[in-house]
Ligand binder design. Structure first.
Ligand SMILES: [Zn+2]
Length: 287
């Protein structure tokens, strides 16, 4: 079973997200816990959430990958941004407990000149204030392109944040193919090498989800501009090798490509076909 899907809007409620993803052929999805640029979160309607949970179970969806707003920066130098970011983290994590067993992904942030060491402490402390030992949500640190003063542009920085947190078992990593490529990890020519490196530095046990994107730029460009699968510099063959890689099976793959719903449905079908082809050849081997 491959878990593939895209970002859907929460505007029409929780059940509506599940139905929309089903209509696109998806088996997981991502959603912003509030407007991606910030603002207030949509109120939870218990019946609506219960209906979505039922649908997800009935249709064998994979784990969902909720996404924090981009404006959340737990290592900002600005007091107002910090206040907002800490409030968002607390409120949105509490809300995620209504959908137990899923992921809440966020960009570690930008240190804005304060330096990585200070940023890592700030992020770990912010996580420590809200993560509870009995919570059902795993918080994911996303691999970043290393643009400007962005934190998380190499695996070592993510490990460092995780190591400094009081309850690292509740913290995993979401690997974004566009971001790691832009950060300088050559997943097109050396996917095994990159995954080995991830394993050596962070541990593959902590790789929970994948953001599946092509990149408009070259490896190591530190740009972070997503492209449709196959139209960018990583290329379709390389991205399908990611989808089919044995150590990534069973993880949710989320498309964050610049697409409309028709484009997402096509990409979802393409990823599923690649995986099914593998299953077909495995079955033949057994015969
Ligand atoms: Zn991403």
């Amino acid at each position: 079973m491959i878990y593939i899907g895209n970002h859907v809007s929460v505007a029409k409620g929780f059940l509506a997200m599940g139905k929309e993803e089903l209509s696109l052929g998806g088996t997981t999805f991502a959603f912003f816990t509030r407007n991606p640029r910030g603002g207030n979160a949509k109120e939870i309607v218990p019946d609506d959430v219960a209906a979505l949970r039922e649908l997800l179970q009935e249709r064998n969806f994979g784990k969902l990958v909720a996404h924090a707003p981009y404006t959340m920066n737990l290592c900002s130098a600005k007091e107002s941004v910090l206040e907002f970011s800490n409030r968002v983290l607390k409120e949105d994590l509490q809300k995620m407990e209504n959908l137990p067993g899923n992921y809440f992904n966020f960009h570690p942030g930008s240190h804005l000149g304060q330096g990585f060491e200070k940023a890592a402490d700030m992020i770990a402390e912010a996580l420590d204030r809200v993560i509870k030992p009995d919570q059902k949500t795993i918080v994911l640190l996303e691999t970043m392109a290393g643009k400007g003063t962005e934190v998380g542009g190499c695996f070592e920085e993510l490990r460092e944040i995780r190591d400094r947190a009081a309850i690292p078992e509740k913290i995993g990593v979401c690997l974004d193919t566009c971001h790691v490529w832009d950060a300088g990890y050559d997943i097109a020519d050396d996917l095994d090498g990159v995954l080995d490196e991830f394993d050596r530095v962070i541990g593959l046990d902590h790789l929970c989800a994948v953001h599946l994107n092509d990149s408009k730029n070259t490896c190591g460009s530190h740009k972070d501009r997503h492209e449709k699968l196959g139209l960018g510099q990583i290329g379709l063959d390389a991205l399908l090798r990611v989808v089919r890689h044995p150590v990534l099976q069973g993880k949710p793959f989320i498309l964050e490509t610049p697409n409309d719903n028709e484009g997402y449905a096509k990409e979802i079908a393409c990823v599923k076909a690649a995986q099914e082809a593998d299953r077909g050849s495995a079955d033949e081997e057994k015969l």
